[in-house]
Design a protein around this ligand. Sequence first.
Ligand code: ATP
Length: 591
Amino acid sequence: MNLTNIVSSVQNIAEAIASVIKVDVTIVDNDLNRIAATGRYKNHIGEKVNRHSVFGFALQQGESFIIENPRNHEACLKCEKIKECKEYAEVCCPIKVNDEIIGVIGLIAFEEKQREAIIDNKVNLMEFLNRMADLIASKLLEKEKTYRMKLLARELETVLHSVDRGIIAVNENGLVLHYNKKAAQLFKMNENEVVHMNIKQLLEDFDLSSFITKNIPIKNREFSYKRNGYYFRGVFDANPILAGKKNFGFVFTFSKISEVLSVVNDIATRTMATSFDHIIGNSGCLKKVKYAAKRAARSTSTVLIQGESGTGKELFARAIHFYSDRAKEPFIPINCAAIPEQLLESELFGYEEGAFTGSKKGGKTGKFELAHKGTLFLDEIGDMPIHLQTKLLRVLQEYVIEKVGGKDFIPIDVRIIAATNKKLEEQVLEGAFREDLFYRLNVIPLNIPPLRQRREDIEVLVEYLLEKCNRKLGKNILKIDEYALKILMNYKWPGNVRELENTIEYAVNMCSGNRITPQDLPNRLRNKEINLKEKDFERIVPIKELEIKEIKKALDYFGNTKQAITKAAKALGMSRATLYRKLKDYGIKQS
Ligand SMILES: Nc1ncnc2c1ncn2[C@@H]1O[C@H](COP(=O)(O)OP(=O)(O)OP(=O)(O)O)[C@@H](O)[C@H]1O
């Protein structure tokens, strides 16, 4: 606290005192600078008073006192100017703010008459001076308070403008009180326009009056904004400005949906990014699909991934997205089979506020819009109802979407990857899937082979999944023993890699040592092996039965293509013609 901040007020007070008491007045600050003075010392304003003067003494004492006998009073004894001193009397009164001494008021008598006046009115004079000291202190406090208020306002203004969301505060009638630069940018307005606005002009569908009485905050409400050909979709929060129980308005914070999504996507991309290196397997057939998928990633054409459940269709879709130019944009998956038919349409296309009873206030953004500039993964496309297939076909042809209950077409730039574990061609023949849509989706077809047709991948997958499970469960299982691996190699894996993944997780949980043994595997796998062994040792098996078993095993292993028949025949040690004959004789059907 510094008296120099209120110099002119202090000088006014000094002159007022001098005119009432008729003696000279000097006021010093706590650094002994003469801040104000009247009479003989007026020309010395701004100079320093000596440290051992009565002012220095008063600053140390912190109490008021009167010197009736200058030069003999203890306050004068150390004064450097004691010899030149012409004073008849002196009164000192410290100025205090919250117990801190910030200066001293001094009255100086240069004549006997003035001295007598001081001594005669001692008590009243001290009272008067103390009040003057309080007056100076309160002036200083007031000045400090105003300064702090200004600083606070500047700080809040800086905070307001530094926030990366649009902020608008309105009164209880919706009139704009404050706003930040981001808000003006967001709504493409200049400052004059914003200050004269009512929130209704920005949020047409929002009824402020119904919220004013409720005093509850509003969270993540969607809205759309249109003005002079400028359009965006956004979300806002609104918090009531409460003083006691009364609501004086709301503070709105706005963001564009695209900005919110890009933040979410940034985080998701960092944690969920999938590369082709995450697709494990060295079999020729898997390598082939990986190669085709990498090429597909370089294009924006629609991809249709077919394969049994758990073969890694979604993994492939993610790898394609993150290998493409769209890697930094969102990857939005939606499972068409998991969402009830009535909801699927609004999940995909979104809806406008009031589109149907029970619809969310502010409407809803659909997956197509969320995936803008990125990739939309339509899983289980075979389960999409026919009327939505028609709508999807229109999107793929025109690249615009229409929200449920909406009036406008919203342009979208989305790459579609669809997947199914159903035989889509058969569905087309049965009339359950639109032929034209099938061809639109099937621009780049990818077929992921089931695990039983690429058993050579099992060993590397087990190693990879073991490591993954160790990390997940905080374990340190080093490997799988030879016999347990044999059991895994012989199993049919109807659930493909997902089933293998679950099996390894089960085994890691069961394993008490540092290697997985057959005992750690689920019963369904072990029983098969035991049954097999028992059968092998308990009875003599007819050659025909053995032949049928081995032929079926070979077909399962190599698949049912022409090449596979050649490979199976070679593995069985017979010609292709013999194999075909045996298939016919034993009535074995290729799957
Ligand atoms: N080649 C692979 N390498 C590593 N992990 C794989 C591989 N294939 C599949 N997985 C894993 O198996 C699990 C199932 O894969 P994903 O969900 O991609 O299969 P899907 O074919 O889409 O299944 P569904 O048809 O049931 O949706 C996932 O955890 C995935 O990471």
